[in-house]
Design a protein around this ligand. Sequence first.
Ligand code: HEC
Ligand code: HEC
Length: 116
Amino acid sequence: MTQADRKRWLFGLATCVFLFFTTSIAASPTQTDPDIVMRESMVIMARQLGVTCTHCHDPKNFKSATMKTHQKAKEHMRVTAWLNSQNGLAGKPHIDCYTCHRGEPSPKPEKPTPKK
Ligand code: HEC
Ligand code: HEC
């Protein structure tokens, strides 16, 4: 390898490293692949309920909607979206599962009994 070859090789390597970082940084904040968006929203939802994926999904078939918790979750996703769409709230403050669940899979809907 001559001095000039070595320089060209190093320049090529530096370009690759530069391109790798700039493209990966540019790609991360605006993820639009619907499968990845779905997965990311699932991770958030699971965290807000303090559960893992198998609380609502049959690990042998993620597309199955037979679990009671899956059906309930779908209803509650609708409720959450509806709440966010109402005038007077209109997404501010933003309602999500954590608003009611507080990290619990099944929050108590009743008022606490007052202590005497
Ligand atoms: C609280 C219940 C719940 C939890 C926990 C949950 N999911 Fe889901 N998941 C659902 C529901 C409900 C749907 C269907 C959404 C719809 O039909 O709009 C769904 C849909 C999906 C889909 C799309 C399936 C399809 O039919 O294309 C994937 C993939 C998925 N979830 C992955 C995950 C992963 C991975 C986790 C764990 C990080 C997870 N889910 C945790 C309730 C849950
Ligand atoms: C307005 C309040 C509220 C919001 C918002 C809400 N939930 Fe719920 N959820 C409850 C209450 C209260 C319960 C317990 C009573 C019941 O099971 O009906 C519950 C129960 C559930 C259950 C059944 C738990 C079990 O073990 O049977 C699932 C699953 C669930 N919620 C998923 C979700 C998901 C996912 C979201 C966000 C997309 C969400 N909820 C948003 C109030 C809420």
